[in-house]
Ligand binder design. Structure first.
Ligand SMILES: [Zn+2]
Length: 351
């Protein structure tokens, strides 16, 4: 047996299922120093080197999940999260692997939650793993707290808005307390948020989507000024196609017979959209391609205009209309990107 095997292992549970009814927006996505509270709390818990981190989601699960992108954790959804804190705690405990000896439980709405305090809780628990270790603030014992596995059954029987705090009270003799007065401050109301230094961009949800495609192109939309400057260079027909969802007449667009080697880019913003080697003669009279330059460079939108159900294709950067995609193309994709020549600009590959 080696020394590492003697150290009791803890898992971490972050409870983030609540609906923030008093705040009118998911407080888990409030930014503190530019980072959502949810992501901050997850990173602080990961700093304790848990066997695993389970984040319990419920309300707004999809948006919250996106804010955790790239972190080594698992999420689970508490379907009955509306019942209260107990339901989230049960979901988190149920999701843990059976081999951890304790669970470090935390909430997202304590802006003072810090990795140093969490590590202190962990170290105190490792010294006496049969006991719980809890944070002491505002005259009570509460979370974050590290709860030993022997408590799990009783925690699984909690109901309603009763969290770990009730057990910390009834089993106070088995709890080691670590003072953390700053944790008394939470973010339940707009007034509390306003009084918390560093809480910013309260209406802007964190967007972890990279604005750069895998092929290395910036997908940030042009500003209004830039758009106006670019649009000034367009012909009336190009404006009609790009901005008014127009379709040029078949066999009239200039690029139908362009068979050179090169790249077809968005006529407005210049984002590369198709490569010449994916162009084929569809016989329709419009330039046709079987796959885009980069899947992230085009956006597909359901289009029910003209009494048909079609899939419209727009530029992913500037949102200009380009054409439609149909499922009757050649292999390998079987797709036919039917584009307006007026929406594209061709750049020949260097000789
Ligand atoms: Zn564009």
């Amino acid at each position: 047996m080696n020394a590492a095997a003697d150290i009791p292992r803890h898992a971490a549970i972050l409870l983030a299922a609540g609906a923030s009814s008093r705040l009118g927006q998911p407080k888990q996505l409030l930014a503190l120093d530019g980072e959502p509270l949810l992501r901050r709390a997850a990173r602080a818990l990961l700093a304790t080197a848990p066997a695993e981190l389970v984040v319990v989601l419920g309300h707004d699960a999809e948006r919250l999940h996106a804010a955790l992108a790239g972190l080594p954790l698992r999420t689970c959804v508490a379907l009955d999260h509306a019942e209260g804190l107990a339901a989230s705690l049960r979901a988190g405990l149920a999701a843990l692997a059976p081999d951890c000896a304790g669970a470090l439980v935390a909430l997202t709405d304590q802006p003072a939650l810090a990795a140093a305090h969490l590590c202190a809780l962990r170290d105190a628990w490792r010294a006496a793993p049969r006991r719980a270790v809890a944070s002491a603030y505002a005259g009570v014992l509460g979370v974050p707290a590290l709860l030993p596995r022997a408590w799990f059954d009783e925690l699984m029987r909690l109901h309603g808005d009763t969290g770990a705090r009730s057990l910390l009270r009834t089993r106070a003799g088995e709890v080691t307390a670590l003072a953390a007065p700053a944790l008394a401050h939470d973010l339940d109301t707009p007034a509390q948020c306003a009084a918390t230094p560093g809480v910013t961009s309260m209406t802007m949800p964190f967007d972890p989507t990279p604005h750069r495609s895998a092929s290395g192109f910036d997908l940030t939309p042009p500003s209004a000024d830039e758009r106006e400057r670019l649009a000034a260079r367009l012909t009336p027909e190009q404006r009609y196609v790009l901005f008014e969802h127009g379709t040029e007449r078949p066999f009239c667009g200039g690029l139908l017979d362009e068979h050179g080697e090169g790249v077809f880019a968005c006529r407005l913003c210049g984002l590369p959209l198709f490569r010449s080697e994916t162009k084929f003669d569809s016989g329709t009279g419009w330039p046709s391609f079987f796959t885009p330059f980069d899947p992230a460079h085009v956006r597909a939108i359901r289009d029910t205009s003209h009494g048909m159900v079609r899939t419209e294709i727009r530029c992913a950067r500037c949102d200009s209309h380009l054409g439609h995609v149909f499922p009757d193309g050649p292999p390998p994709t079987g797709l036919r990107y039917c584009m307006n020549g007026a929406a594209l600009a061709f750049t020949a590959a260097p000789e």
